[in-house]
Design a binder for this molecule. Sequence first.
Ligand code: ZN
Length: 304
Amino acid sequence: MEHSPVKSLEKTQQTVINGLSVDVEDWFQVGAFENVIDRDDWDDLSLRVEDNVLRILDMFAEAEVKATFFTLGWVAQRHGSLMRRIVDAGHELASHGYDHARVFNFDRQEFGQDIAKAQKILEDASGVKITGYRAPSFSIDQRTPWAYEELAAQGYRYSSSVAPIAHDHYGWREAPRFAFSPLRGSDLVEIPVTTAILGGKRVAAGGGGFFRVLPYAFSRWAIRQVNREENRPAVFYFHPWEIDPDQPRVPGAPIKSRLRHYTGLKQMSAKLRGLIGEFAWGRMDEVAEREALLAHATSDEWGE
Ligand SMILES: [Zn+2]
């Protein structure tokens, strides 16, 4: 049987491997609740992250995909054996900072201490070297020019810490949409979370609340556009608490935060399975390696 040109083209384009990532934090550690739940009370709350990550590991094993788990040092400190299970299953373990403090609230020295602390805990728990970083709440932006210097100085190979979009809590709207080299003379590469272009505007398409709240058809359209028309990998993320409809409800949180946090939790697992089955996915360090070559070209255009 002969293949039509359309079919073989489709096949080639399907070989774009997208980055699949999980931001490993518990239900009470999200940015939306930081003014309602005090860090000092975290140890009194029920920990659900381990069970949820185990369910994610099963889901990934079933679908035969590998991913990156950007994990808080705070979580790794309490769940050392879980870190080893993530690594033993063939996934990448990477850093999400120590306790979800945003980068733009640190000065350079504090940021350096935070990433060093998280890295040591993660490495001691897992026995592997940590070379990837994702800032809590995508909090690397124009206010933190020193963040990349600090990451490079501490041996990180890549960061996936920028949302190149305007959002109410975060976003660096002038940043490139795809991988770029943030530092001259360094191999460090930044791989922003995915956006798509809709009506000439950048729209968030890499996960989080958008994925849960909007119909799956939107995410499918966006990732197809990025893979097929732009021929680049998408970077998608979700959290363990997003597949946990039975998590405790946080009273006193603003209505907007509650809507964003609790909508679509029941449908999330099925939606994720659909997404994982429909596209090709892999670890972020592997995406970073492939994207590094293109990153230099982007940064030259961007920098001048
Ligand atoms: Zn996070």
